[in-house]
Design a protein around this ligand. Structure first.
Ligand code: GLN
Length: 498
């Protein structure tokens, strides 16, 4: 059957999931492209606060999938979870649309709506993102050779949405007039609705496993009471209220997220390492997952500057006037996805070409960090000796995003499959949680670090002085560079441990 399937290419369901995910990422990245601009230009937050809030928001975005995955596996099934999560995200965008409509006349209401909109996005994403990803694998029988390429195609869907979102939302929302930001939220919300409708209408016809059984239905034996619409609506409303509160407390009251995330990791480590049933080989493999998760923190915290400090940089210090068109700063957030789509075939070819010389996973991740560092070296070079009020060529941002995207292609897909391969079955979900928590930690750190974006005065991060953009970018060069080197030297040991 595999042979026959190979000739037939991929099941149609893959393209339904592709489109569903594409429109959701359109919504997520389209909104993210203008997020810090909206905060600083419409809501008039200062850059430090906007950066921190960006970090708290994107951090929680990586944390709620733990809840959404859990509920789907036991009670709701993937399909219902995705549709409910998608609707909640759309509601979040529409709330942000109202926020963007009345921030000038009713600032207090707008602030309340802003936190609420973000909270809904966080809650909804938790139900959407983990479940759509897990459905892709279910289209195939275990061990089908096409699964890897299915995930590559799916990753292209993610990035097609990631490229289109900032263009469309930036075009309508990032016009130079802060009153227009609302259109970006509206466009995001419409994208989200298209995503939900796509899955709703096409799922049962096309998203089927090799035995033609519909995928993502309610799990067998799920208690009926959790499927009651009233229970579902109340449950999602409570979760959204909680995420609004969690976001608000971290941003406005006390920065607890870092400690909370470290606590989560320690707790999981204790649970796993104290399990007597695990063999020492399994525990060694678990250690590889923890080590690798630690290193990806350095990657994503520098990489995710895209939505914060690098957008300030695009807005304020990049020459964007093409004569006939003034390129909105938000457009630059498309570059990563564009490069991923453009360069993925090159990397796929390269790994095949290298054959048995293809680097092992930890080496590839070290290379990913190295490319990220190189991107920051490039842009640091571009801003060296440039006065604070002078704008530099776009080439610096474009080149940097190209190198960052190459780094992503080396590190991101590999990390995820490493966790999948090395985790003992008993702790598969818990170790996936470690991976997500590391991402959450990295995003929070990204926000905090973006807060050091130079604004006239010299600041200090762990004793490192930041007076200008050069110092600022060198910080990320240092972080990613050191992490890359250390991981490189650890790689042969990690390879043995795997
Ligand atoms: N850009 C990808 C996505 O949105 C991966 C992001 C990540 O893993 N941090 O799915």
């Amino acid at each position: 059957m595999t042979q026959e399937n190979l000739q037939k290419g991929h099941p149609k369901g893959l393209y339904v999931l592709f489109a569903t995910e594409m429109w959701e990422r359109f919504n997520y990245y389209g909104m993210r492209a203008i997020l810090v601009l909206f905060m600083t230009k419409a809501l008039l937050f200062d850059k430090v606060f906007a950066s921190n809030l960006y970090g708290s928001y994107t951090s929680l975005i990586y944390l709620t999938p733990l809840i959404g995955g859990y509920i789907a596996d036991r009670y709701w099934g993937n399909r219902r979870s995705i549709i409910v999560g998608g609707i909640v995200m759309a509601i979040g965008e529409f709330i942000l649309f109202f926020c963007g409509s009345l921030y000038a006349t009713s600032p207090d209401t707008a602030l309340l709506l802003f936190f609420s909109g973000l909270g809904f996005m966080i809650a909804g994403n938790g139900f959407f993102k983990p479940n759509i990803s897990s459905m892709v694998g279910q289209l195939y029988t275990k061990g089908d050779k096409r699964i890897d390429s299915a995930y590559t195609i799916f990753y292209m869907g993610i990035n097609t949405g990631g490229a289109l979102g900032p263009f469309v939302c930036g075009f309508f929302g990032d016009t130079g007039n802060p009153a227009d930001f609302k259109w970006a939220f509206l466009a995001g919300g419409i994208g989200m609705i298209i995503s939900v409708l796509t899955l709703h209408f096409l799922n049962n016809k096309y998203v089927v496993d090799p035995d033609k059984k519909i995928i993502g239905l309610t799990p067998d034996g799920a208690p009926k009471k959790f499927l009651n619409p009233v229970v579902m609506v109340v449950g999602m409303a409570l979760l959204s209220l909680t995420t609004i509160g969690l976001l608000y407390i971290d941003a406005k009251v006390v920065n607890y997220l870092f400690y909370f995330l470290i606590g989560c990791i320690i707790l999981i480590a204790v649970i796993i390492y104290s399990d007597k049933a695990l063999t020492s080989t399994e525990k060694t493999r678990v250690s590889v997952i923890f080590t690798v998760s630690f290193f990806v923190i350095f990657f994503w915290s520098a990489f995710e500057q895209a939505g914060a400090s690098l957008t300030f940089f695009a807005e304020e210090q990049t020459q964007r006037d093409l004569g006939f068109f003034n390129v909105p700063a938000s457009f630059f957030q498309s570059l990563n996805s564009l490069f991923v789509v453009g360069l993925a075939p090159l990397f796929a070819w390269l790994w095949v070409k290298l054959g048995k010389h293809e680097p092992a996973s930890p080496y590839k991740m070290a290379i990913g960090l190295f490319l990220l560092a190189l991107g920051y070296l490039w842009i640091a070079f571009g801003v060296k000796d440039v006065q604070a009020n002078v704008k530099v060529s776009m080439i610096w941002l474009i080149g940097m995003y190209m190198m960052h995207s190459m780094g992503e292609l080396c590190l991101s897909p590999i990390g995820l499959s490493l966790v999948n391969k090395l985790a003992p079955i008993k702790f598969a979900s818990l170790l996936m949680a470690v991976w997500f928590t590391a991402n959450a930690f990295a995003n929070k750190l990204a926000g905090v670090l973006s807060g050091y974006y130079p604004d006239g005065k010299t600041t200090s991060f762990l004793g490192y002085q930041i007076a200008n953009l050069y110092d600022f970018f060198m910080l990320f060069l240092g972080m990613a560079g050191v992490a890359s080197l250390v991981l490189f030297f650890l790689s042969s040991k990690l390879k043995k441990m795997m």
